[in-house]
Design a protein around this ligand. Structure first.
Ligand code: RB5
Length: 149
C-alpha cells in the first residue's frame, strides 16, 4: 500500500521515525509534511494528507500532531475520510475491522514510540471485516453524498 504521512511540528519526530516502520512492513510512503520542527498549523498538513487519501493518490494515511485531536478533527472533515485517533491496540484493530478506517491518527505527546510502532503495524495489517459493518459505512457515504461537495 501507499501511505501518506502528515504531521505538524509536534508530530514531526514520530512521523520521521515511522517511515522506517512503514517500509519494514512492506509499504511505501509519501510525505505531505511538515518537513522541519518549526511551528506550523496542523490544518495545513491534515487537509493536504486527507485530500491525498480522498483522491486515491494514497491508499491510507498516518497523521500525527501533539495530541492527535486536531489532525483527527481536520481529517474527518474531508469527504471519504474515516480517521481514527488511536492510543491503544484494541482501538487500532477495531478501527480497521469495524470501521475500515483509512486514516490513523496518533498523538506524539500522548503515546511513546514503542506503542506507536505496534499500533501502526497492527493497523496496517488488519483487514475490514465487512458484513454488518458495511451497511453502517454505507450510511456515512450516503450522508456525505447528500451533504458534502
Ligand atoms: C501544537 O502545539 C498542538 O496544539 C497540536 O499538535 C495538536 O496537539 C492539536 O490537536
Amino acid at each position: 500500500m501507499k501511505i501518506v504521512l502528515a504531521s505538524d511540528h509536534a508530530g514531526f519526530e514520530l512521523k520521521e521515525h515511522l517511515k522506517g516502520i512503514i517500509e519494514k512492513e512492506g509499504h511505501s510512503f509519501v510525505d505531505a509534511g511538515t518537513y522541519t520542527e518549526d511551528s506550523v498549523d496542523y490544518p495545513d498538513f491534515g487537509f493536504k494528507g486527507a485530500e491525498i487519501v480522498s483522491t486515491g493518490e494514497a491508499d491510507k494515511g498516518v497523521f500525527i500532531c501533539g495530541t492527535g485531536i486536531g489532525m483527527n478533527v481536520v481529517a474527518n472533515k474531508v469527504k471519504g475520510i474515516r480517521a481514527s485517533l488511536v492510543q491503544d491496540m484494541y482501538t487500532a484493530i477495531q478501527s480497521r475491522k469495524h470501521l475500515d478506517a483509512n486514516v490513523l491518527v496518533l498523538g506524539e505527546r500522548v503515546i511513546g514510540k514503542g506503542m506507536a510502532e505496534e499500533i501502526v503495524k497492527a493497523w496496517l495489517g488488519t483487514s475490514f471485516e465487512g458484513g454488518r459493518h458495511e451497511k453502517r459505512i454505507e450510511k456515512i457515504r450516503q450522508w456525505e453524498e447528500k451533504h458534502l461537495k
